[in-house]
Design a protein around this ligand. Structure first.
Ligand SMILES: Nc1nc2c(c(=O)[nH]1)N[C@H]1C(S)=C(S)[C@@H](COP(=O)(O)O)O[C@H]1N2
Ligand SMILES: [Mo]
Length: 334
């Protein structure tokens, strides 16, 4: 990297530091995980299998094509999932400062959580997270002899200038600092929508699911997940119809700082096994695994399963995707 880049990186770091919340001790997170008390852990230990079976039964009663279901397993076959990928997670998020931005909701103004600018929400970070023990998907997917990425043009310079402006204006950490860069689907300032708390999410029916998690690097693990179905979330916060009177085709998600982002078709999100995850292995998610809210979508590879979701946006434009920017398949279907 050249000297200029170094300066930019250093100043980005400084900017971020100036937003750190000093009082780490004030963050108990008790209120935040209070809802988990509703499901005592002994129940979690004794009944997960039955719950998983109930869930499967409920799933097979739906109209969804049976062949579209991924296999499920008994909890006894599940194990601890390794941490893989830390984009957008490098600083610990203050749980109380978490809100889920939801954009494109039908009759958004009729919700108590409506705000005329979701992008103005200020996420707080405690410090850089502890040592990251994971690793990242680095397999170059481009076929041999395939064209290299196009030469850089003036647009990145323009984007950088805009980012500086935005930073100065909004006094917020820079976005898109990870290697794939800024998302093309990020929200413009002054985008209206909902700002949900975790209570708004966890009041939806709780489900458990034991499925195989597959990373494109070639490893897989059977994991015990808990959370709410994305389908139920979409029903509770439904998308507005588009100009043709149809539901929008896509859903876009990103981390609070816009450093990791994923795009999906709405119908994939409505798959009964697509889960907004709050628990893994019967415990609250850890930050490295994406607390307070991450996605599990067993019909897709791990890189679509975004950790620490800060935004869910309904859209008719095919959304940008972190690993697609680096040459991977947008669908990443299994
Ligand atoms: N925010 C965020 N989400 C992410 C990633 C990431 O780097 N940052 N990596 C992805 C990849 S490549 C994988 S395999 C899974 C790993 O999830 P895990 O760390 O819970 O095992 O998270 C996915 N979601
Ligand atoms: Mo991955």
């Amino acid at each position: 990297m050249n000297g200029n880049d170094e300066v930019k990186k250093a100043s980005a770091r400084r900017t971020r530091r100036s937003f750190l919340v000093a009082a780490a001790g004030a963050v108990g997170g008790y209120e935040f995980y209070r809802w988990i008390d509703r499901a005592p852990s002994d129940e979690l230990l004794q009944e997960p299998l039955r719950k998983a079976l109930n869930f499967n039964a409920a799933v097979s009663r739906t109209i969804f094509d049976e062949r579209g279901m991924t296999p499920t397993y008994p909890v006894s076959k599940s194990s601890e999932l390794r941490v893989n990928g830390n984009y957008g997670l490098k600083q610990a998020l203050v749980p109380e400062s978490y809100r889920l931005q939801v954009v494109g909701v039908d009759q958004a103004k009729s919700f108590a959580q409506y705000t005329d600018d979701v992008t103005a929400w200020d996420y707080k970070y405690v410090a850089e997270q502890g040592k990251y023990e994971g690793h990242d998907t680095k397999v170059a997917p481009r076929a041999e002899g395939a064209a290299a990425a196009p030469a850089p043009n003036i647009l990145p310079a323009f984007a950088a200038a805009m980012e500086e402006y935005r930073k100065a204006q909004m006094q917020k950490p820079a976005r898109g600092q990870e290697e794939a860069g800024l998302s093309d689907s990020g929200l413009a300032p002054h985008t209206p929508g909902l700002l949900l708390t975790m209570n708004d999410v966890t009041k939806l029916p709780r489900h458990e699911l034991v499925t195989q998690f597959k990373c494109i690097e070639g490893w897989s693990e059977i994991v015990h997940w808990g959370g709410v179905r994305l389908k139920d979330f979409i029903a509770a916060y439904p998308p507005a119809k588009n100009a043709q009177g149809k539901p929008p085709k896509y859903v876009y998600m990103e981390t609070p700082n816009g450093d990791y982002y994923c795009g999906f078709e709405l119908r994939e999100c409505e798959h009964p096994q697509s889960l907004l995850v709050t628990e893994m292995t019967g415990r609250p998610l850890t930050q490295w695994h994406g607390a307070p809210l991450r996605l599990h979508m067993p019909i897709k590879y791990g890189y679509k399963q975004i950790k620490r979701i800060g935004l869910i946006a309904y859209t008719d434009d095919k959304p940008d995707d972190y690993w697609t920017k680096l040459g991977y398949d947008w669908y990443a279907g299994l």
